[in-house]
Ligand binder design. Sequence first.
Ligand code: J2J
Length: 537
Amino acid sequence: MEQRDWPGWPDETARRYRAVGHWQGTTFGEQLSGWAVRHADRVALVDGDRRWTYAALDTAVRRLSSGLAGLGLRRGDKVIVQLPNRAEFVLLWFALTRLGVVPVHAMPAHRRNEITHLAAVAEAVAYVIPDRHARFDYRELAARVRGDAGIRHVIVAGDTGGHEGFLALADLFDDEPGPDPVDPPRPDDLALLLLSGGTTGMPKLVPRTHDDFAYNSRRAAELCELTEDSVYLAVLPIAFNYTMSCPGMLGVLQAGGRVVLAPSAGARTAFELIARERVTIAAINPPLVPHWIAEHEHGDTDLSSLRILQVGSARLADDLAAAVTKTFDCRLQQVFGMAEGLLCLTRLDDPDELVHTTQGRPISADDEVRVVDPDDVEVAPGETGELLTRGPYTLPGYFRAAEHNARAFTADGFYRTGDLVQQLPTGHLNVVGRAKDQINRGGQKIDATEVEGHLLACPGVIAAALLPEPDAVLGERSVAFLVCSGEAPSMAEFQAFFRDRGVAAYKAPDRFAVVDELPSTAVGKIDKKALARRYLG
Ligand code: J2J
């Protein structure tokens, strides 16, 4: 069934990735059981005052798996998981993947518009939410989505709030771990679905297998020299590929280390946890960097355990990178990754010059990289071009998106990243721009086409174009250029319109500019380059 949902790697390529040991032929359920034997009494997971040893984690996961199987969840079923950085995410994630049930990684910021879309594409049978998080009641959202999307079960990590038919996650733990799943997943099965940043209207789903995702995190963990003594602080949302597998939660667990979940991304919270748990590696994005630097300069928290500070998901300015090295007594590691796969890291022994000015180089010797011009011809070394890639953990095609796949991949299976890069003789990449119609708002990706669709649905808007503009904090923010009939709606009206449509708040334009007309190209498309030149200088 899955082969029809997404293309899979060519057989010959898959054989090679197995033969060289990238794909080790184990599932996450098997891996967790192995870790539980090897590291039984070591602490695996910390969430506030709650702690799980490896043995306790494995037992809790088995109990939850049995309960989920009792609900009727089976290998191949899809479940939308929208949980913040709480231990329940980790327990649930392993319980689902142990059964071969596929978590669809929604982000806490997503709302009705996004969840309904994910549910429809994945044909999700269940939806897992917190009760409340960051002043938002997810039960209200689930109550609305359930009807639209054919979701059979809503599972709440917390209080069901009396919503009829909602199940409490806590009630799904069987008293004892049940037998092994009757129809266990295979290592080359779909293990999870990640969300792409999106460039074509609505986010695509990125299929990742047990084999490829495990390789991704294992290889990243090797390059970060993680050991049993490593303690990873999850600052960004745990469902994010970066936090999951680069090396993230999975990388640190496979090394026998400890995962500490930060309840929010605030620098103060993070610093307290670093001191308390003796954190050795943390992963953040560029907008957090100035906060971390300021917190360090004004406070006296003991950060002496920290060995690696990873920064990625948007371009880190070179001077900010140098400031990190100057401020913190640890190694900066730049991280350039994507839900689709390819991960680039600066190496721990790279000279500062490379660490401060590049976004690293691919983690696998089998990551194939091409830098091409608009005709797909390779540019001269060091010149700017679009980055194309294929490899042992880069998707061979999106999930249920045959038409899009035809455009997003070359005939020989290279994924078109939409990132403009220059490659140095050392293999390091410098991300210099973007060929895709996307805004990177401090690490959050906004699909311009999708937002333009919402804007055009707003009464009085005749034409719309969303562009990035520089922002001191976020790197980029979004600006909507609009042509309106009659008087343009106010900023407040636009915001209310977006909220009522159930669109995640970060997608609402940061600024609106009403113009008389939008320039167009020879073929009649909106000419965003001309627009940017005219209004953004
Ligand atoms: C410039 N652009 C970057 C960087 C990502 C690890 C880290 C990040 C992501 C991620 C991820 C960048 N400099 N250092 O999945 O595993 C932009 C590029 C890229 C897109 C992918 C991971 N790091 N980007 O950010 O799927 O444009 O993944 O193609 O959200 O973010 O976005 P996303």
